[in-house]
Ligand binder design. Structure first.
Ligand SMILES: Cc1cc2nc3c(=O)[nH]c(=O)nc-3n(C[C@H](O)[C@H](O)[C@H](O)COP(=O)(O)O)c2cc1C
Length: 459
């Protein structure tokens, strides 16, 4: 097989890549010219045959999503770029925008042309102050050059792009919560169906795509669907950017064909585990995807392949834990994140993430009971597929998968009354030191049966 040449990151070494001049110098906006000479339906067909699947987590076929947009409703059609990127471990959208923003702008214009949209939005994560500025600059340059606005390149096609900055909420990456937020309401998910393709922004047909998904589009139009489909493995075509972090020597974003093995990404691209240690566990697609272990390193990073291994490809974000890491501690941190970010709309998610955190914390601190392990699984079962959106399912993933592979580590915490990977439990020690020994005193003043988390009392 021919050696893989970077596609999405090809311009990353070029200091001018973020400017219009640098982008055009390297073939930028040629795909748009080509697309504008095609029938919109033919553009959709090309994206369909490329096999491109959404990179935002669910892996839905992009061309198929575009083809769902009805054109006879009398309502406007909207395109929304999802640049909320908040899944722990995921950072490829940010770098794509910082280093090559026009690639996304061009992809979004082609998408808008294909679905006959006249107004597109980019929903930018609140914390992305600098990337948002880079993108704003690129959008302004595109207007000035006639790639946006009225009668784009003399084609008769008009498009406005509006960048909207969020306020920093994970839930606003979920497509229907994002739409609520964009409309000015509290970011909470909507019941589906109807799906956004039918009733999205302002109850109008709407396409929502991830930054990396749309960044693939100019290349598909430029080099053809067949070329794109020739990269990758099985039903996961094209290149992908894998975010690798945690205990690796070279954390970062690495572009590789979809279907590259986890081993190649962790041991090859990311330089292997630090200090010569071994992989203990890793997430294939951010912290909301079930953990896998060293046994799974030869799994191909494709949608179906990772699913067959018992997890999900998600956002292709690999957080690597090594043998020195406490899985219970890592899972507690993930769970605290989901409890904090649960929007509160659905009871199973709002209550479940809160209780999971509470039970996990006591196990991690050495105050757990053996029944707590089964209790967490029961709570998980009462959350799975019982909420408006997948936040709750994502919160259950790390707990369920870690109990599946590392149950003995949970049991050790209970048996020893501390983390087996540490001599003492530093959290309890530190908390006790800060409180000047109030732990015991506190127990005396509290009525029996009332349990107070040290963190809650000690701040
Ligand atoms: C809680 C939650 C958070 C999400 N956050 C993001 C996000 O930050 N970016 C993103 O592209 N998709 C996110 N998604 C997935 C979106 O709902 C949606 O599937 C995606 O934007 C569709 O784009 P794609 O087809 O190009 O993947 C999230 C989903 C859930 C349930």
């Amino acid at each position: 097989m021919a050696e893989f040449q970077p596609v999405l990151t090809a311009r990353w070494g070029d200091p001018e890549a973020a400017t219009l001049h640098g982008y055009e110098r390297t073939g930028g906006y040629q795909a748009l010219r080509k697309a504008l000479s095609m029938d919109p339906a033919a553009v959709i067909e090309e994206v369909k045959s490329s096999g491109l699947r959404g990179r935002g987590g669910a892996g839905f076929p992009t061309g198929t999503k575009w083809s769902f947009i009805p054109q006879d409703t009398g309502k406007p059609v909207y395109v929304v770029v999802n640049f909320d990127e908040s899944e722990p471990g995921t950072f490829n959208n940010r770098e794509l925008i910082e280093r090559d923003p026009h690639q996304l702008v061009e992809g979004a214009i082609i998408c808008a042309y294909a679905v006959r949209c006249r107004t597109a939005f980019v929903y930018c994560r609140g914390e992305f102050v600098w990337p948002g500025t880079v993108l704003e600059r690129a959008i302004a340059e595109a207007y000035e050059a006639g790639y946006l606005g009225k009668d784009i390149l003399g084609s008769g096609f008009d498009l406005d792009v509006i960048l909207h900055r969020g306020a920093g909420a994970y839930i606003c990456g979920e497509e229907t919560a994002l739409l609520e937020s964009l409309e000015g309401f509290r970011g909470q998910p909507r019941l589906r169906p109807p799906f956004p393709a039918v009733e999205g922004l302002y109850r109008s047909p709407t396409v929502i795509n991830n930054v990396e998904t749309l960044s693939c589009v100019p290349h598909i139009i430029d080099r053809g669907a067949r070329w794109f489909a020739s990269i990758g493995a099985g039903k996961s075509t094209g290149p992908g950017i894998f975010s690798v972090s945690g205990k690796v020597n070279r954390p970062g974003n690495y572009e590789a064909p979809m279907g590259t093995t986890a081993r190649e990404l962790i041991e090859g691209h990311a330089g292997g585990v630090r200090d010569g240690k071994r992989v203990k566990a890793w997430t294939p697609g951010g912290s909301s995807t079930p953990l896998l272990t060293a046994e799974h390193l030869d799994v191909q990073m494709g949608f179906d392949e990772v699913q067959a291994a018992g997890s999900l490809l998600g956002t292709k974000a690999m957080i690597v834990l090594d043998e020195r890491d406490c899985v219970v501690d890592a899972v507690l941190r993930f769970t605290q994140f989901y409890a904090h970010e649960s929007c509160g709309k659905c009871t199973p998610c709002r209550e479940g993430t809160w209780w999971m955190t509470r039970v996990l914390r006591r196990v991690e601190q050495g105050r757990g009971r053996m029944e707590d392990i089964d209790l967490m699984q029961t709570v998980g079962q009462n959350m799975l597929f019982k909420s408006f959106c997948a936040l709750a399912d994502g919160a259950v993933s790390p707990i369920d998968s870690s109990i599946k592979y590392f149950r003995d580590e949970y049991e050790e915490h209970v048996r020893l009354g501390r983390c087996p990977l540490r001599e003492e439990s530093p959290r309890l020690e530190a908390a006790s030191a800060r409180s000047g020994g109030t732990t015991g005193a506190l127990a005396q003043v509290l009525p029996e049966g009332i349990e107070v988390e040290l963190g809650e009392v000690l701040g």
